[in-house]
Design a protein around this ligand. Structure first.
Ligand code: FES
Length: 102
């Protein structure tokens, strides 16, 4: 399960299989604000999210490629990530992320 928080504070919990990315789970469940234009190739930045601070240490760190792409998104913060680069896993059950506004 993943909890997506919209920019206005609405929370939506979705269920998705392990191994899916947070971007795929969002698209499959109609989460607004996550477009995934590049299909998860880490090259568009339209899946920008903020990982809840409580989870920051529990998600795997970004790769250099993700980090470079994050430099190009608007409003990058310390907890910015690309949803296509985080895979759903049992240890991340109920992970909370906020959808970035573009
Ligand atoms: Fe394009 Fe994530 S879907 S960077």
């Amino acid at each position: 399960r993943v909890v997506y928080v919209s920019a206005s504070g609405d929370r939506e919990t979705v269920v998705a299989p392990n191994g899916y990315s947070l971007m795929e789970a969002a698209i499959n469940n109609g989460i607004e604000g996550i477009d995934g234009d590049c299909g998860g190739a880490c090259s568009c930045g339209t899946c920008h999210i903020y990982v809840d601070q409580e989870w920051a240490d529990r998600v795997p760190p970004p790769s250099d490629i993700e980090n470079d792409m994050l430099d190009a998104v608007e409003r990058r913060c310390d907890n910015s990530r690309l949803a296509c680069q985080i895979k759903i896993a049992p240890e991340l059950d109920m992970l909370v992320v906020t959808v970035a506004t573009s």
